[in-house]
Design a protein around this ligand. Sequence first.
Ligand SMILES: Cc1ncc(COP(=O)(O)O)c(C=O)c1O
Length: 431
Amino acid sequence: MSHLAQSDPAVAKQIENEVSRQRAGLEMIASENLVSRSVLEAVGSPLTNKYSEGYPGKRYYGGNEFIDVIENLARDRAKELFGAEHANVQPHAGSQANMAAYFALAEPGNKIMAMDLAMGGHLTHGSPVNFSGKLFAIVPYGVRRDTHLIDMDEVRETALREKPRVILAGYTAYSRILDFKAFKKIADEVGAYLMVDMAHFAGLVAGKAYPSPFPYADVVTTTTHKTLRGPRGAAIFSKIEDRLRRDNKKNLAQKIDFAVFPFLQGGPLDHVIAGKAVAFKEALHPTFADYAEQIVKNAQALAASLMNNGIDLVSGGTDNHLVLLDLTKTGLSGKEAETLLDSVGIYTNKNMIPYDPRKPMDPSGLRVGTAALTTRGFDEDELTQVGEMIAHVLHNATQKDVLEGVRAKVAEMTQSHPLYEGWTYVTPGGE
Ligand SMILES: Cc1ncc(COP(=O)(O)O)c(C=O)c1O
């Protein structure tokens, strides 16, 4: 029996339950993925015991000789992976990465131009209930009503009018490619920094299945746990030189590092940084490009299948790992659809659609992604079937036999793609 099962069976049991849920369900939440056993081992290691405030070679605590090697590995691999000049791998999460980046580039009260949450942006891109909306003057941009695409002419007009300090490109619910070159041109025209939050598509950039923001952006933030398939956490990349404030003593890389520590965070999570190093090595392997390409192919197969089965999609398809369903015609709300799909073991999340007449807690849309299923080895054929299953559930919400049939199909599909085989927490190698 494992140590945890013996000392704290209440927690051990729920971990076991959660692993069983992950094994038996179709994980389609676009911001989630399934990490490798190696990443799990690193994150579950005694590195969690260590304090290492500061950076490699400049710590506020002793005994960091091995931690320094690990953090340097993580930084070097991250830079190699994306062709970045500078990497900070300490942010605990994507929200902290964005906060640190904003404070490195701007002062409270400065204007930051970012995608509206209701149109596909993230909470940290200026929502009034978030630190970003409270501390900075947010200038939102959205998508066109007719195409659901970002209109770069409108972005330019808004930027010329508002003269923001930072222009942020990035999203949490947008299924198309961003024109980083056009964003950079606008940033240059108005004297703004260009920041890209690639949290959702970082794995696709790493695998060259999505354009890279690195030639254009001053600062790039990312979470490490979405398409990048690393542990829960984040990283910030930057150019070394500060294009816009050469007068200042600190360069951009120094400003980023200072904004993470000591400005925002204390001790880094060394066990998580080790997990990031492992994940970056995995992403550097040539097979990761096949993985990234397959994520997009799977999302496109899913999108086609949903549309062929009478489900409307925002922007009519996808270029990345996610698909945004407009449920208006089904008569279901996003919340109802999420609950219904949960009941058959298909995990998704309710989401606002552009110009949504409904409220955020019960919006008109549903967001689905293919990163986790692709990790499990699902192909386009299977994603086509998953699209049919989702549509079938949404069109037959009250029919118990339909739900039962889809539940059985989910069981069949997940059994043919085993997850964490042989891994048991409570009884290693056991029941
Ligand atoms: C684009 C984007 N940025 C930042 C974040 C925040 O990441 P975290 O939840 O790790 O704070 C998310 C999370 O979903 C995201 O989608």
